[in-house]
Structures are given as C-alpha cells and as structure tokens.
Design a protein around this ligand. Structure first.
Ligand code: PLP
Length: 384
C-alpha cells in the first residue's frame, strides 16, 4: 500500500512512457500506451521476423508461441493448455458465445452494463439459433455482493445455460463479485463467461480465484502489450464443449490448440506480450492495482461532496479500481466530455447508455497528481 503513495517511485515509472504533451489523457480505458521498453522490443521483433519471414514462420514461430503462452499462463495462474493468445476480448468472447453448443430455447443472462459487442453477439445467436437472452439491470451502488448475486439469480430458469459477467464494468468501473456469481451459477449447472477486458493487468488476481468457465481479456488495455493482443481462457474440461470459430481438424476436441488455427498473423505483436509482462513485473501487479485505486480515490474524494456532481461508481474499496464515472447535473455526457476537452484540455469519454450517464475517467500509471488536480478544478468549475 505504501508504494501507491510513493511519488518518487511513480516518477520513475512515468519515465518509461512517452505520453503526448498535447492533452491530459484520462481516457486510458479504450487502450493505453505501451511502455517504451515494450515498444522497442516490438520494433526489434518486427525487424527480426521481417528478415527471416518464411523461415521464422516455418521454423521458429511455434516454439516462440509456446514461450508466450507459458509467460501469459503463469501471469494469470492457469495452465498453457487452457489459454489461447488472440487479438482482443471481442475475439476471445465471440469465440465462446458463438461456439457454445446452445439450442433454441436455451437461455443466457447478461446485463445492460455489459459491453455492446458481447450483447450484439448474443443477439446474433438469438436470431440465428433461437436462444433467449435475459438482460437484467444492476445497481450502480450495490450495498452487498448478495444484492448483485440475487439480481442474476432472479433471472435464472431451468433453461439457463450461461451467464455473462463483466468482471470490471468498463462504463462505471464497478468490480463485480465474479466468484460469488459463479458459485450460484454452478450450483444450478450454469456456466460463467467472464469479460475481464479491464481486469487482467489492472486487478491483482489469478483466474482460478474467479471459478469462471471462460474468460476473455485485451492485453493492450492494462497489461500494456501492443495493440491487437488478447487472451482467451477456457477451463480444461470445458474445451470440448466449444466449437472453434476457424475450422480445425488437426487437434482433438478437448485440445485448446484447436482455437489457434487463425492463419498467418503478426507474430511480433504476440511476442511482445512477454516484454509487456516483464515490464509489468518491475512494478508488480499489487503495486499497480494499489496505485490505480489511489489515483481514482484521489480525485473522486475531492469531488464527491459536490452536490452538482453525480458519481456512477461504487465507493466501497473492493467495488472499484482505477476507473470511475462522473456526471455533472445539467450537462449531457457529451457536453461534459466536450467542455473538459475544449476548455481544460482533458480527454475523457462520454458514456450515455440507458443505465449510465456521465464521463468515464481513467487515469494510468503515468498520470500525475497535478493532472488530477486539473480535473478536480475543471469539474468544480463546470458544476458551479
Ligand atoms: C468490458 C469490455 N469488454 C470487451 C471490450 C472489447 O475489447 P476489444 O475492443 O479490445 O476487443 C471492451 C473494450 O473496451 C470492454 O470494455
């Protein structure tokens, strides 16, 4: 916890990032910059592969691929035989949502705060195969884990096959009690898909702690790997239940490598995941989580008593991490985002959904307290 407030330590970390001087970047949720050592390593990988292109593909790619999987599996605490390196969360979770053996009338539960692409994919399955999607609402300020588990449980019927759970909700920053939802689901024979797009590399956890059946993440978000790196996890005994998106008849149905038949792809990106994990080790995932939470609390604490400011993120420590969402009374989300950018040079993103209205504020390890002071001052001015 002490490291979280050690500004000298974070000044050193900041030096590893080449941040644009043009604006204050508080929108690190879409994806965030990789550190300089990672980008330099990626450049070197591109050059090395470019020099020996077909030789690399035929003689070296698979050995290196094994090393990437080993490093990634170790980081998330599972076996390499349970993970696939892919391009992003969308690819990871679409593989599962489209590949699960579900028939007409089978039901899936999700929430109106889940990511649009996942909801769209479930909708596509409803149109193609006649599955039934139950979309529930979740409280923005839950009073207990049980309240959240109950919200999912109420939608369960004898036909429920799967529940999609967003581990760290991107639009509000709320962290859901995945394990407790999984316990409820498993007791009824229902499987859990965890959307951990923002959780891997931001929260200090290992996948088995969640007890989920499937999980997807984007490593270009919080692991700091280059753009286009993702992770799919499928519990060993679930692998044979999922059809791969790309046809494969090389591997057995219960072999995770059946999902790796993706054609010729940019191997340098995948190789750089090892460099991103190495860089992250120099900081430590526990320190990273503590710092991101500290930065979020730093600004949130200073605006939360302002009656014209609406906070869409739970206050309880375990229910959020580095991301929070804030609104200003009388300003539409897009107006707030525009004013923050046009008048204060602060880049955020407007969130305007049925369930959540506000701006998502996402600092990163390179965010300084001075930048957060500018945010606080801007929010106070705009809400005055
Ligand atoms: C919760 C959540 N799931 C999935 C995604 C999709 O990630 P990607 O575009 O990297 O596939 C995002 C992206 O922001 C997200 O926030």
């Amino acid at each position: 916890m002490q490291v979280a407030t050690d500004e000298k330590f974070w000044d050193e970390v900041r030096k590893a990032y080449k941040v644009s001087p043009d604006f204050i970047n508080l929108e690190n949720g879409y994806y965030s910059l990789a550190a300089e050592p990672v980008i330099s390593a990626q450049e070197a990988h591109i050059r090395m592969i470019n020099q020996i292109p077909s030789y690399y593909m035929r003689k070296k790619q698979w050995e290196n691929h094994k090393q990437v999987k080993k490093a990634m599996a170790e980081f998330v605490g599972v076996s390499p035989e349970e993970i696939v390196i892919c391009r992003n969360t969308t690819e990871a979770l679409d593989t599962v949502i489209l590949g699960l053996k579900m028939n007409a009338g089978d039901e899936a539960i999700m929430t109106n705060q889940d990511y649009g692409s996942m909801l769209a994919t479930f909708n596509q399955r409803a149109r193609r195969d006649g599955i039934v999607n139950k979309v529930i609402s979740l409280p923005l300020h839950p009073i207990s884990d049980q309240e959240i588990v109950d919200a999912y449980e109420k939608a369960v019927t004898p036909n429920t096959k799967v529940i999609l759970v967003t581990h760290l909700i991107n639009i509000t920053g709320q962290v859901l009690p995945v394990r407790k939802i999984a316990e409820m689901a498993h007791s009824k024979g229902i499987e859990i898909i965890a959307d951990s797009a923002h959780a891997v590399g931001q929260l200090d956890f290992k996948i088995p702690e969640l007890d989920c059946d499937y999980l997807g993440s984007s490593l270009h978000k919080w692991v700091g790997a280059p753009l286009g790196s993702g992770l799919l996890y499928i519990r060993k005994d679930r692998i044979e239940k999922v059809w791969p998106l790309f046809g494969d008849d090389t591997y057995a149905d219960d072999d995770i490598r059946k999902f790796e038949h993706i054609g010729t792809h940019p191997c340098a990106t995948e190789l750089s995941i090892i460099d991103a994990l190495e860089f992250q080790k120099t900081i430590g995932i526990a320190n990273k989580q503590a710092r991101l939470r500290y930065l979020k609390n730093y600004w949130l604490e200073k605006v939360k008593d302002n009656h014209n400011i609406i906070i869409n993120t739970p206050y309880e420590a375990k229910r959020s991490s580095g991301i929070a969402n804030v609104g200003v009374k009388g300003l539409a989300p897009a107006e707030l985002a525009d004013k923050l950018f046009d008048n204060f040079n602060i880049f955020t993103v407007a969130i305007n959904t049925e369930a959540v209205k506000g701006c998502r504020i996402t600092p990163h390890l390179y965010t300084s307290k001075d930048e957060l002071e500018q945010l606080i001052s801007a929010l106070n001015t705009l809400s005055a």
